[in-house]
Design a protein around this ligand. Structure first.
Ligand code: NAD
Length: 481
């Protein structure tokens, strides 16, 4: 792959960037250069926001369109993205190490499913009602688009997490400036090409590849009306401070350290639960925000759970993300692997029992690989149980009874995902209801576009997905008539 882009997609055109600075993504599996794109600077962000502003404010602009007309554009975009699905999967997988088999679903079919879901909502949703006032007379209550959205995405699911924001924004009539993460900029060019081909009107979505500085500048830009952010908790805090000062609405989807609660009646047959357990605990090399990387195991079956998880993690196929057989690819960057390895070192230093992994896989000398790793006998207060590692590292924590499991699950600064494993779904749901988390599954986990997704506590503020996801892109306007 040698992809060279010298322009930025702003205002429906390919424009020259303000400087000749570039971002140069590297293949996480092979360490080979993948190409370059311009690095957007403040002047480019200014242009992008101005284009989004113009598209929003124009009297016959995007916001004024009938929702069904916007929905047609969204469906056309989904058509083009579906046709180019293999290209999206290959680019994402090369950049961030996501196994291509996973990218082929979650970075292609899943984002277009979200786009079509919100297109359907745009057609069906009623964005206003008229009610009788207590003082008499009709009152019209309208849900109007919030305006220009600054959308900031991380590198781990660049297309899906951008679409969490793009789809409801388009459906409601907002316009956007999307800032992808510097690690994953090449797929954003495919998105731009798809928008052009699908006839998304000029300025509705503008893309500024850049790092933290460009992101911070965009968040604070005076012509932005709302910020939608997915990324780390520290960055989320910084963005929330800016938005607090500016009184700017913001949704924050942040980190997690969720619990996988194995109840004492769980079926541990990996031929039955292995696939679901993988999605819930190790999906995309552990570089997924909702993963239940704290595995809570009942003391009555503790060694059985340790053995099952050890077999599960050690039998996964680790390799080049481009190989369709790969289940665990590399970490996205060299520095991220260093971070993951420093947590593994902390786990050892804290006295946890390493049952598998802990090092770099033999024979994979190029690329930023880490072996799937399981630590048993972890105390929930340990660093590896409290901090987000964002790699293929599981911490097994023993518990006494269901109450103790719930207590440990809730003893976390985060509250994003989680699962309960049991042969009694009612009992599983009862335990799930007691966990302070935004989303949780019983014997399965998938962030379904039909329902709200987001976090409690340090995992964020607000919700994306579901019909509820529209509300973050709308304001109420009350008209007394
Ligand atoms: P990150 O916070 O470093 O960066 C995320 C994005 O924000 C990037 O585009 C980055 O350039 C930008 N950014 C960083 N600092 C900024 C600032 N001060 N102002 C504006 N923009 C800024 O996170 P990352 O390393 O790219 O992604 C991994 C993190 O994202 C993990 O913590 C993970 O849990 C989290 N995440 C959360 C969800 C969720 O839905 N809750 C989903 C995926 C990832």
């Amino acid at each position: 792959m040698n992809l060279r882009y010298d322009t930025l997609y702003i205002g429906g055109e390919w424009v020259r960037p303000a400087t000749d600075r570039t971002i140069n993504p590297v293949n996480a599996s092979t360490e080979e250069p993948l190409g370059h794109v311009p690095e957007a600077t403040e002047a480019d962000v200014d242009r992008a926001v101005a284009a989004a502003r113009a598209a929003f404010d124009a009297p016959s602009g995007w916001a004024s369109w009938e929702p069904a007309r916007r929905a047609d554009v969204m469906d056309r975009l989904a058509d083009v993205m579906e046709r180019r699905a293999d290209e999206f999967a290959a680019r994402v997988s090369a950049q961030n190490g996501m196994p291509v088999a996973i990218a082929g679903l979650l970075e292609t079919a899943y984002p277009t499913m979200i786009l079509r879901f919100y297109a359907k909502l745009a057609r069906e949703a009623v964005f206003e009602d008229t009610r009788e006032g207590l003082f008499g007379g009709p009152i019209q209550v309208r849900r109007v688009p919030i305006g220009v959205v600054a959308a900031i995405a991380p590198w781990n699911f660049p297309q899906a997490l951008a679409m969490f924001k793009i789809a409801p924004a388009m459906a409601t009539g907002c316009t956007l400036v999307l800032k992808p993460s510097p690690e994953t900029v090449l797929d954003s060019y495919l998105l731009a090409e798809a928008m052009e081909e699908a006839g998304v009107p000029a300025g509705v979505i503008n893309i500024v590849p850049g790092g933290r500085e460009a992101g911070a500048y965009l968040v604070a830009h005076p012509a932005v009306d709302k910020v939608a952010f997915t990324g780390s908790t520290p960055a989320g805090r910084a963005i929330a401070e800016t938005c607090g000062r500016l009184l700017r609405p913001v949704t924050l989807e942040l980190g997690g350290k969720s619990a996988t609660i194995v109840l004492d009646d769980a079926d541990l047959d990996l031929s039955k639960i292995g696939e679901g357990l993988f999605t819930a605990t190790l999906l995309s090399n552990g570089q997924t925000c909702f993963l239940g990387t704290r595995v809570l195991a009942p003391r009555s079956r503790y060694e059985e759970v340790v053995d099952a998880l050890t077999v599960f993690a050690s039998s996964l196929t680790v390799g080049d993300a481009a190989d369709p057989a790969t289940q665990i690819g590399p970490m996205a960057t060299a520095s991220h692997r260093q971070r993951v390895e420093s947590y593994i070192a902390k786990g050892r230093a804290e006295g946890a029992r390493l049952t598998t992994g802990g090092g770099r896989p033999v024979g994979l000398d190029q690329g930023w690989f880490v072996e799937p790793t399981v630590f048993a006998d972890v105390d929930n207060s340990a660093v590896i149980a409290q901090e987000e590692i964002f790699g293929p590292v599981l911490a097994l924590i023993p518990y006494d009874d269901d109450d103790d499991a719930v207590r440990i699950a809730n003893d976390s600064d985060f509250g994003l995902g989680g699962t309960v494993w049991t042969s009694d779904p009612e009992r599983g749901a009862a335990v799930a209801h007691r966990v302070r988390t935004g989303t949780i599954g019983v014997n399965r986990y998938v962030p379904d576009p039909a329902a709200p997704f987001g976090g409690f506590k340090d995992s964020g503020i607000g919700r994306e997905l579901g019909p509820e996801g529209l509300l973050a892109y709308q304001q109420y306007q009350t008209v007394y008539r």
